[in-house]
Write a protein that binds this ligand. Structure first.
Ligand code: SF4
Length: 369
């Protein structure tokens, strides 16, 4: 489900290999070239089909005449004191999206966006406060990866092959990936293609706020890691924090997680943002443990990244540790995750684009989210 942008000729980066092959056949490019062309167009630093001088001249000219490739360049790169880099990309329709590059020793994780804004309206999230603007096309998803690798090369990072630049790719940026399902799937196909970007299933994680029917579909259609933003084990609290819970309540969501096909030694990642006085009590921790019983999972506790635009607060360290201890004592692998890039608004829930005008949310004691 690619939506039209200002592009007139077909953008080859919107096609998985089978779709590209169909298109190339239609413009009379011999089959013997299809695989090679798919490989060439997913190389970083390529932004013009006319520069594909490896191809026979007639083939190249047909491509240039009938098609194009889109590409992204960071409009802004912000460097956090912890080494995290937030890259802002201007799209063809002038929308702004962000990706976050997180270095860890000699590894790099890239967090990509799947939509401009988000319709899910989670109350603690600045992207949610933007509202939904549109889905990203497969090319706009892929191009975040290619543009980031290009940026890394320009910064002096050297690797033997393209696949070694980014070790892990997480769909945890702007937007709800499962609400842009068809384009996500095409992008995953390209990312995981051996002639594309060669990501293995272990290296890609798709995160959802809980669009239950699509979790089942993802389990059937793609072999990737699944992360679920839970943030409360109590339906009433979760519905207030995350409107999606009114449509797909916890028991339905966790049933879909239990049915999600997991490879050997794989688990579902449970994300839980700790919000002071809302979901951080001992009772909340025990309830979480109870709800997650029989689910192979790992729990990531995320101390909330405070924003003056939203009314939530981060619990004290002592409370965070107590919450973690309860879960650990009950047998759950539970990690308190570092907040990376918070000083440049690149941490979880902080991506909103510089053009966004988020209005501060006011709160009362009885209606604090
Ligand atoms: S937390 Fe994720 S799903 Fe919820 S509003 Fe933010 S971007 Fe959307």
């Amino acid at each position: 489900m690619i939506t039209a942008t200002t592009i007139t000729k077909p953008d080859l980066r919107n096609f998985c290999r089978a779709q590209l092959s169909d298109f190339l056949a239609r413009i009379a490019i011999p089959t013997s070239y299809h695989r090679r062309i798919f490989n060439l167009i997913h190389r970083p630093q390529l932004n013009d089909l006319a520069t594909l001088t490896d191809l026979k001249r007639t083939v190249r000219e047909t491509l240039v005449d009938q098609a194009q490739i889109s590409f992204l360049q960071p409009e802004k790169a912000e460097l956090s004191k912890d080494g995290t880099v937030k890259l802002a990309f201007r799209l063809a329709d002038n929308s702004l999206i962000e990706s976050v590059l997180i270095p860890e020793q000699d590894r790099h994780t890239l967090c990509v966006s799947s939509q401009v804004g988000c319709a899910m309206g989670c109350k603690f999230c600045l992207t949610g406060a933007m509202g939904y603007q549109r889905n990203l096309t497969p090319a706009e998803i892929i191009n975040q990866v290619l543009a980031t690798i290009t940026y890394m090369i320009q910064q002096g990072v050297r690797r033997a092959t393209t696949r070694e630049f980014i070790n892990n790719l997480v769909f945890m940026g702007m937007g709800e990936p499962l609400a842009n399902y068809d384009n996500l799937l095409t992008a995953l196909n390209i990312l995981m293609d051996e002639q594309g970007l060669e990501f293995t299933e272990r290296r890609i994680t798709v995160s959802t706020c809980g669009i239950t029917p699509k979790i089942g579909a993802l389990g059937r259609d793609a072999k990737v890691n699944l992360a679920v933003s839970l943030h409360s084990a109590d339906d009433q609290t979760r519905s207030q924090l995350m409107p999606v819970n009114r449509t797909y309540p916890l028991d339905q969501l966790l049933a879909a997680c239990r049915d999600f096909p997991l490879g050997k030694k794989k688990v579902i990642l449970i994300e839980y943002i700790l919000l002071q006085g809302i979901n951080d009590s001992d009772h909340d921790a025990r309830l979480l443990a109870k709800k997650l019983s029989n689910l192979p999972c790992r729990i990531n506790l995320l101390p909330y990244n405070e924003s003056e635009l939203l009314p939530f607060r981060c619990p004290e360290l002592q409370r965070i540790n107590a919450f973690q201890k309860i879960l650990r004592d009950l047998g759950y692998i539970t990690i308190v995750r570092d907040s990376r890039g918070a000083d440049i608004s690149a941490a979880c829930g902080q991506l909103a684009g510089k053009t966004t005008r988020c209005q501060p949310r006011t709160t009362t004691k009885t209606d604090h989210y």
